[in-house]
Write a protein that binds this ligand. Sequence first.
Ligand SMILES: [Zn+2]
Length: 472
Amino acid sequence: MSQVQEHETAATFARRALEAADRAEEKDAAWRVRALRANGYRNRLPEDKPMKHITLFYAALLVSALGKGDAQKVNLFDWSLWERYRSTVAHPATTLKAEHFRRAKENAARYAWAQQAVKDLEARAQTALKWDDAYLAHIIPATTPGTGHFTMCPNCETAPVHGSWRWTPDKPDEIQCNGCKMVFPNEKFPEDLVLRSRFDPNQTFSYYGGKSWHFYGFHTRPSFTGYIRAAKVNYAASAVYNLAMAYAATQKSEYAQQTRKILLRFAEVYPRYLIHSGYGEYADIDPHVAAKSMKPLPEEELTPPPNKPDRLLHPTGNPFWMAGRATYSGMEGYFIRELAVAYDLTCMAKDETGKAVYSEEDKLRIERDLLLEGTLMFVADPSINNKSGSNRQAAAIVGMAVGHPELVHFGADGFWRVVNEWFLPDGATSESPAYASMMLGGIYELGEALHGYSDPKDYQPSDSKRLMNVDI
Ligand SMILES: [Zn+2]
């Protein structure tokens, strides 16, 4: 059964359920009831009433769902809830909780395998432990990263249309084609087509200006330097996550201190990372404005010729489908989740003298300029699809890490819609098993993070459903 599509709103969903109940013969009425119940209506839905007796109830439910639509207009771009509740967060508050680390410590005291696991975590953190400020500025550039897609090798044109490349942290400023082994950037194929941002003239985006590759109405142009920037920040995000995990497992403050330095570098540059598309177009305006008006954009985007600006990021359907700021394929949530968990695990750390590793100013900057900033595209996208699951997860995890309960509700709403709508009653999906795996990979940690979550004591959520000691 695949009637419930991603674009279906709560109101239309309830309306269809009402119609199904009116025609009690429709086979899927029962699962719709189950889905509605599990999707937050459980307190209002009678468990065992025969379908023919609950039509009136459905009418009430429809009104309720329409009302819910209004409630969802809560301005998630407004961070005042964060200012109010940030001091109520007891860290660690996201995926990994204090009890997990207590258990890990006990295991490490008892078992060789657990000691080895801690050693492995520390080993993974060693490289990034050595990064100094100069290296940080290099590996986390001030210019918006480009795309890892649609980067054809002009020399051998292997692996159309994306190309196939090798990037390693040992040689962070080059990529090597897996087809012809040529290294780029390369004088033979110069990036001589340069676009300068109007929003931030310090940012320029360069492309190979020779042949372009026409792909479903769009001319793709490789930007080897853009690919490299994207690879660098992806690597840095994984590195900071590894550092934070090493700190959580050992409580050695050096790991927390380095986590802080990297997160502060991200917080310095991220607010000026433009929303851009995996096809190589950049929304050349303040991302706060772009996120709210992606279709159409208020101003012309930067696009490499012969494409012409059309105030849309390609592809032109769901404007978030291939969008990112540090990333490029509609799944910025993976990136933001790593940074949010890294912050959550280390923000209360103290050094050997008992002094806090993070100052209050550090915390404010990271929470505001990186983590909340990272949710802009998530909260602007109401859809549930195989990419946005990871973004809902990150929104909730940021909400837990910084103390913004409405972000947690936004993410939790997505979690239940994935469980009850995107996955079908028989456990399959209307898409392929591979896409089911992709969705699970993006959202399973939210189940763990939500388990045990409670809203701040005096918080009244917009949907009137307080989350209290959630049992997933
Ligand atoms: Zn090649």
